[in-house]
Design a protein around this ligand. Structure first.
Ligand SMILES: [Zn+2]
Ligand SMILES: [Zn+2]
Length: 139
C-alpha cells in the first residue's frame, strides 16, 4: 500500500496478529477498519461498531491541512477531530476503509487516553498498552 502523504510504500507491522501499515518515511500509520475492529475485540471492547460509527460519522473538522486520499479507494478523506484537549485531527475514509494518523498523532492519542486514567482491565487501558507496544517496537 502507498502512503497517502508522501507516496512511499508502507510496510506492514504485525503485532499480536493485528496488522498495521506504517510509513517509515513520514512515520504515519494507517489503521484498516477490519484490523482496528479485531484489535478492539481482542482488547475486550464488546461493541466496536458503536465506537467506529462515532468516529466515522463525526463532523468534518475544518483544517488548513491538505486533504489526503484513502490508500484503499483513492477518495479524499475527511478530517475529524478525536480525543480531548488538544484535539487530534485524523483522516478517515468516507467509505469506512480506515483511519490515518500522521506522525506523532498516535503518541498524542495514547497520551490523551492515558490522561483519562482508565483502569488497566478497561478496554481503553488495553488499547493504550497495545499502541505503546507497537510504537515502541516500530520506531
Ligand atoms: Zn509517508
Ligand atoms: Zn477508502
Amino acid at each position: 500500500m502507498i502512503c497517502p502523504v508522501c507516496k512511499h510504500a508502507m510496510i506492514v507491522v504485525e503485532h499480536r496478529n493485528i496488522e498495521l501499515d506504517y510509513c517509515h518515511n513520514c512515520k504515519g500509520v494507517w489503521f484498516d477498519s477490519g484490523e482496528l475492529e479485531l484489535l478492539l475485540k481482542s482488547q475486550g471492547l464488546e461493541e466496536p461498531k458503536a465506537f467506529f460509527d462515532g468516529i466515522f460519522n463525526s463532523q468534518e473538522a475544518s483544517s488548513p491541512e491538505e486533504k489526503r486520499k484513502c490508500p484503499i479507494c483513492g477518495r479524499k478523506m475527511k478530517k475529524t477531530a478525536i480525543g480531548g484537549q488538544p484535539e487530534i485531527l485524523i483522516d478517515v475514509c468516507r467509505d469506512k476503509h480506515g483511519l490515518w494518523f500522521d506522525r506523532g498523532e498516535v503518541a498524542q492519542l495514547i497520551k490523551s487516553l492515558a490522561e483519562e486514567h482508565p483502569p488497566k482491565h478497561h478496554p481503553k487501558g488495553h488499547v493504550i498498552g497495545f499502541l505503546k507496544e507497537i510504537f515502541e517496537a516500530s520506531q
